[in-house]
Design a protein around this ligand. Structure first.
Ligand code: NAD
Length: 497
């Protein structure tokens, strides 16, 4: 069986511990993709030593030249799109159409980053004093520790890594345990594109060991984490104590609202894609469907008819609509919410069990619960699987209140033909992203992405905003008056005390 290695100090290296973990295909647990290193604190120390050298070199490259490397990365990814997607589906499970989309998001992010290398705008503003210039500009920070989840094995690492690199930082990258192969492919591509070797370090292994060691390392000033709110809290506590710059992208409990005036056929397609795409394992997945009373029964019956026809299976096979869950722990978590839903007297409309036929993988039937009460655990907690909770409401005020009454705030969606309801949604829904007449999923790489409340900590990935996270603003003043000019004193002579 193939043994994969870490990438540290410019070379591929076996783990110091000599220990590995197995990476299994979630659609067929007998299919082992390879063994990957269980890294330790020792490797983090080595990686930091190397990344410091990488940073010293890389920060001196002009930003447009750094951007050129990212453009080459995008070109290579575009050429290898199908092959990477296949490898990604094998280790992560979602159907090929989705993994191709995941690679495409990486390509889009690479090209955006390449062009950002020619901007990285600062501002030049007038000074309040004569013969003096004032301006702000951006400086790289140092080593960025990037900790990624399993559900977008390519897109999420690229959202973090490419802006970090264009801004002139070195990177230590830890992919999720379930998707290490895609992480390795991404690093190979960066090296092929001409990234100086010590600018990137790849460390595989467990979150509690190598992930925590990255977060706790005093010479890594910047951490970007995407994962569950529970893990994000642990990461946040450490970073707060150590005064680190931190971006957190965490859980969601996203709702699609369908009003009585909606185009129901359109809303149906949105609900199917939003709730069951990626087997419900998107941070933006629709896990709550809020139906206005007038269309509730009709829409629920349209939905359950379609859901029972969705084809569960291996994402690499033609015709598969829904792939497996990522691992056994996830299957058990989803199953536990079926018991919770039943205990809360929600009505199980369809699904609710592991697949009886597909026993070789982590397959769970797409599930709908109706009569779910606002405030119940089923309605409030992130399940991260193919389970949709339907809540009946009367009118727009109640619909919006249900949307907002959760601890998360990533995305929301409203299906309506009323322009006033649409614009009320933009202004009243407490989420980082609101879609009108589109599902809760579907972010584009050139717009800021992230959530409010316990989904995030105020930063955004994607688009222009993320470049501020990965660079430090510095201000420069140049006084060419030849005299001491005291700000706020010499420019306001005679102002009474
Ligand atoms: P997770 O929290 O289990 O793991 C995420 C990463 O953190 C992994 O690489 C893991 O190894 C690492 N980790 C675990 N413990 C750690 C520790 N103590 N210190 C440092 N690192 C540690 O999440 P997951 O199961 O991979 O992903 C699913 C979760 O991610 C869901 O909650 C989902 O909503 C969220 N997510 C959020 C976004 C977003 O942008 N808001 C995007 C994708 C996924």
């Amino acid at each position: 069986m193939k043994k994969f290695e870490n990438f540290i100090a410019g070379e591929w290296k076996a783990p110091a511990s000599g220990e590995y973990f197995e990476n299994k295909n979630p659609a067929d647990r007998k299919d082992i993709i390879g063994k990957f290193p269980l890294s330790t604190r020792e490797e983090v120390n080595l990686a930091v030593g190397s990344a410091k050298r990488g940073f010293e070199l890389w920060k001196k490259w002009p930003a447009p030249a750094r951007g050129d490397v990212l453009r080459a990365v995008g070109d290579i990814m575009a050429k290898r799109k199908d092959e990477i997607a296949d490898a990604m589906t094998r280790e992560m499970g979602k159907p090929l159409t989705e993994t191709r989309g995941d690679v495409q998001e990486g390509i889009d992010t690479a090209y955006y980053a390449a062009s950002e290398g020619r901007r990285l705008f600062g501002k030049t503003v007038p000074s309040e004093l004569r013969n003096k210039w004032a301006m702000s500009y951006r400086r790289p920070i140092g080593i960025a520790g990037l900790i990624c989840p399993f559900n977008f094995p390519m897109a999420i690492p690229t959202w973090k890594m490419f802006p970090a690199l264009v801004c002139g930082n070195a990177v230590i990258f830890k992919p999720a345990e379930d998707v290490p192969h895609t992480g390795a492919l991404l690093v190979e591509i960066l090296l092929e594109a001409g990234l100086p070797a010590e600018v990137i370090q790849l460390l595989h292994g467990n979150g509690e060991t190598v992930g925590a060691a990255i977060v706790e390392h005093r010479e890594i000033p910047l951490i970007s984490f995407t994962g569950s709110t529970e893990t994000g809290r642990i990461v946040g506590e450490t970073c707060g104590r150590m005064h680190k710059r931190l971006s957190l992208e965490m859980g969601g409990k996203n709702a699609q609202i369908v009003m009585n005036d909606a185009d129901l056929d359109l809303a149906l397609e949105g609900a199917l894609w939003g709730a069951f795409g990626t087997t419900g394992q998107r941070c933006t997945a629709t896990s709550r469907l809020v139906l206005e009373s007038g269309i509730h029964d009709r829409f629920l019956s349209m939905l359950s008819d379609r859901v029972t026809g969705l084809k569960l299976g291996d994402g690499r096979k033609e015709g598969t609509d829904i792939g497996p869950l990522i691992n056994e722990a996830s299957l058990q978590k989803v199953a536990s919410y079926i018991d919770i839903g039943r205990g809360e007297k929600a009505e199980l409309v369809c699904g609710g069990t592991r697949s009886a036929k597909l026993t070789e993988g982590n397959f769970f039937e797409p599930t709908i619960f109706a009569n779910v009460k606002a405030g119940s655990r089923l309605e409030q907690e992130e399940i991260f699987g193919p389970v949709l909770s339907v809540i009946r409401v009367n009118g727009v005020d109640e619909a919006f209140a249900v949307n907002n009454d959760v601890k998360y705030g990533l995305s929301s969606s409203v299906y309506t033909t009323n322009v006033n309801t649409a614009f009320r949604a933009f202004s009243e829904l407490d989420n980082g992203i609101t879609y009108v007449n589109a599902p809760t999923i579907g972010a584009e790489a050139h717009l800021p992405f992230g959530g409010v409340k316990q989904t995030g900590n105020g930063h955004r990935e994607g688009g222009w905003e993320v470049y501020e996270f990965y660079s430090e603003t510095k201000v420069g003043y140049a006084d060419f008056s030849g005299t001491l000019q005291r700000a706020q004193i010499d420019n306001y002579p005679g102002t009474p005390d």
